[in-house]
Design a protein around this ligand. Structure first.
Ligand SMILES: CC(C)(COP(=O)(O)OP(=O)(O)OC[C@H]1O[C@@H](n2cnc3c(N)ncnc32)[C@H](O)[C@@H]1OP(=O)(O)O)[C@@H](O)C(=O)NCCC(=O)NCCS
Length: 204
């Protein structure tokens, strides 16, 4: 059944238990390694990442089904009113069921409660997953390439676009030649909504 994201019991704070931390580390190393990304090649490096994501004032939440963690995400300070999402991962077997979107909606809800104005994130293209990896980027073509970006496989930038994020830039060659990092951003409040934002901020 497709998840609607409305049931708050589906979410947990990863720091609540050693079991969540352990499962979060396994999901991180397994899912990324399966798709050929070796940022967290073993359980120790993944566990270090989870612990870092839990450090104050960072936020780190999971999506659960009973005792099983199916995915998780984190949010950390970047600018005063815009924090960075890092990472977001849904276990391979549970992808494309609405869990990624639900995790975003929940972390955005918490972000709004904290008075954040926006969320930024970088989504790497290390495996030639988008048209941005086919060309050398310089000042003559960067804006046209960003405007005309195409997904060559199943790069997640389209997932983020579906969830309301927009591309705001890129770091060419971030991870090697023709391996850019694509920067995305979402506004958490509508223009002119500053009073609501400030009110919430004082309440939390
Ligand atoms: C990217 C990821 C978090 C998406 O989570 P998910 O639970 O599979 O996504 P959802 O089911 O919530 O998808 C929401 C929408 O985005 C679409 N979508 C999901 N992944 C997509 C992709 N890679 N490319 C294009 N569209 C995608 C879904 O089809 C759905 O579209 P719909 O609303 O039209 O039906 C998940 O695939 C994942 O963990 N991937 C591996 C780790 C990773 O790449 N993380 C992001 C690093 S920046």
């Amino acid at each position: 059944m497709r998840n609607t994201g409305k049931d708050s019991s589906r979410f947990c704070r990863i720091s609540e238990s050693e079991e969540w931390i352990d499962q979060a580390a396994h999901i991180l190393t397994r899912t990324f390694t399966e798709q050929g990304n070796h940022t967290w090649p073993d359980i120790e490096s993944a566990r270090r990442e989870v612990l870092e994501c839990m450090e104050e004032p960072n936020l780190c939440i999971g999506y659960r089904q009973g005792d099983a963690l199916l995915g998780w995400t984190g949010l950390r300070p970047m600018y005063e009113e815009t924090w960075e999402m890092h990472p977001l991962v849904v276990d391979t077997w549970h992808q494309k069921k609405g869990i990624g979107r639900s995790l975003l909606e929940e972390i955005e809800r918490i972000g709004r409660e904290k008075g954040l104005r926006g969320i930024a994130l970088g989504t790497d293209d290390e495996q030639f997953g988008t048209s941005l990896s086919l060309v050398s980027i310089d000042r003559s073509n960067i804006w046209d390439e960003l405007k005309g970006i195409r997904n060559l496989g199943s790069h997640p930038y389209e997932f983020y676009e579906k969830c309301g994020y927009m591309i705001v830039g890129m770091i060419p060659d971030a991870n090697g030649r023709h391996k850019p990092d694509i920067w995305m951003w979402k506004r958490l409040y509508l223009e002119g909504d500053s009073r609501a934002r400030l009110r919430k901020r004082t309440e939390v």
